[in-house]
Design a protein around this ligand. Structure first.
Ligand code: SF4
Ligand code: SF4
Length: 98
């Protein structure tokens, strides 16, 4: 009981331990990878990124032109970014908006 009262008093006197997300968003840590994004205007749909992906998370088609990522398979290794000849892939360190 004494511990409970102690905790209640301490919580009244200190700032909350949590943020008011989504109103207050934390800046990503240095080196955070976030999620993969593509610049579709630069992509030539060559499929090299899909070939290099170790998680089989990418599917690329030339005709019709499509580039799709399965975010539940992606392990954020970055091999696709390194292998893309057009440099149209990158990591966005911010959380994906729902
Ligand atoms: S490697 Fe680059 S240019 Fe080729 S399909 Fe992938 S994202 Fe597009
Ligand atoms: S970051 Fe890695 S796992 Fe994710 S799509 Fe690119 S190559 Fe595949």
């Amino acid at each position: 009981m004494f511990t409970l009262i102690n905790n209640v008093i301490r919580n009244f006197l200190h700032r909350p331990a949590t943020r008011r997300y989504p109103f207050e968003k934390r800046e990503p840590f240095a080196g955070a990878r976030g999620h993969l994004v593509i610049d579709p205007a630069t992509c030539v749909y060559c499929g090299i990124c899909a070939t290099k992906c170790p998680a089989n998370a990418l599917a690329v088609s030339r005709d019709p032109k499509s580039w799709t990522l399965d975010p539940y398979k992606c392990i954020l290794c970055g091999y696709c970014i390194e292998s893309c000849p057009k440099k149209c892939l990158s990591m966005n360190p911010h959380h994906r908006e729902p």
